[in-house]
Unconditional design. Structure first.
Length: 339
């Protein structure tokens, strides 16, 4: 896996003389921190985020997820560790170089839309390009392209107060994409939206990713949102990453009770793949087949109605196992078909 963004041993302490203490105590215990009246927002986090991956960081309020995002984007300075973007340590780059990286290679979307109320949709989206001194005709052409991409064509002349919450967030997304970022930070971007609009925006993000293939670090506290969007998920508690894995790995094998609490109410059929439930092929014909990566919820009707096992195919189209109607039914009713 080629890491677009990586971090090693990231700590963020809050309190008086935090950096001095951290320099003398590279692996502080909870007792040492308490004795010094220091709080660890992030504790010794190491991650690798692949190019083109939607990597989600989640946890309860106060778990450290947003603090970690801010450390990795260097909006705040970590107390220790390294942050590697295409192999370059952002913590060692100059302020001028960091500004250039942010302007040309990073996009950021936050919970609060932060649109400029006196600017039209077109001018809001073009704003980061104007900061780069991109010529007016070029930046407006790029802004119109992004507005069309997020489904707001025809609203270029509207102002933020004339838009719904979902439309305003689309403007924020278009603005962050205008600079053609290689790395996209999203900090609970949909949490202020009502459930219906939130679901629409999640679908929109999936659609955009199919087109743009961005590397995303997405923060949320909503596990349903995480499993819908993520390639992989890191679950945080008290500043530390408790478990890292695919949505399926977290649901099937939670590391502890904290992770299990997040996954308890998840509909397994939406997460579990055919590969996880397949049994030996045993001569099953491949005239009816599903892909190994298919979610059970997507293939359940066809498998159950067929009344007999179907072949499971790998990415190359080779049959590697069989999926039985009973295994599908067991998953739909919440029974672990692997036992």
């Amino acid at each position: 896996m080629t890491a677009k963004l990586a971090c090693r041993g990231i700590w963020k302490l809050f309190g008086r003389n935090a950096e001095t203490f951290m320099a003398a105590n590279p692996a502080p215990t909870a007792e040492q921190l308490a004795a010094m009246n220091l709080m660890a927002g992030v504790r010794d986090v190491s991650l690798d985020i692949a190019e083109g991956e939607i990597f989600i960081v989640m946890g309860l309020s106060g778990s450290g997820k947003s603090t970690l995002l801010r450390c990795l984007s260097r909006l705040i300075e970590p107390s220790a560790g390294s942050v590697l973007f295409d192999g370059t340590d952002l913590l060692k780059t100059s302020e001028a170089d960091l500004i250039e990286i942010r302007r040309h290679k990073m996009g950021m979307v936050f919970q609060h839309f932060a649109l400029l109320p006196h600017l039209s949709v077109l001018d809001n989206v073009a704003f980061p390009l104007s900061i780069q001194s991109v010529p007016r005709a070029e930046r407006e052409a790029r802004a119109r392209e992004m507005i069309e991409l997020v489904g707001l064509g025809g609203r270029e002349s509207s102002y933020p107060h004339q838009l719904s919450g979902g439309q305003q967030q689309r403007v924020g997304i278009a603005r962050s994409l205008a600079v053609k970022p290689e790395l996209w930070f999203l900090d609970e971007p949909f949490s202020a939206l009502d459930p219906l609009i939130r679901g629409e925006m999640q679908d929109e993000l999936i659609r955009l990713q199919q087109v743009l293939k961005k590397t995303m670090l997405f923060v949320t506290h909503d596990f349903d949102e995480a499993i819908k969007l993520a390639d992989r998920i890191a679950i945080m508690k008290d500043g530390a990453v408790i478990q890292l894995g695919t949505p399926e790995e977290l649901v099937l094998n939670p590391a502890d009770g904290y992770v299990a609490a997040f996954t308890r109410n998840v509909q397994r059929a939406k997460v579990v793949t055919a590969k996880s439930l397949m049994s030996p092929l045993n001569g099953v014909a491949s005239d009816r087949a599903v892909r190994a990566s298919d979610k059970i919820a997507d293939v359940a009707p066809a498998v159950i109605q067929g009344g007999r096992p179907v072949a499971v195919l790998d990415a190359a189209g080779a049959a590697i196992g069989a999926l039985t109607p009973q295994a599908v039914i067991d998953t739909l009713i919440g029974k672990d078909a692997r036992t």
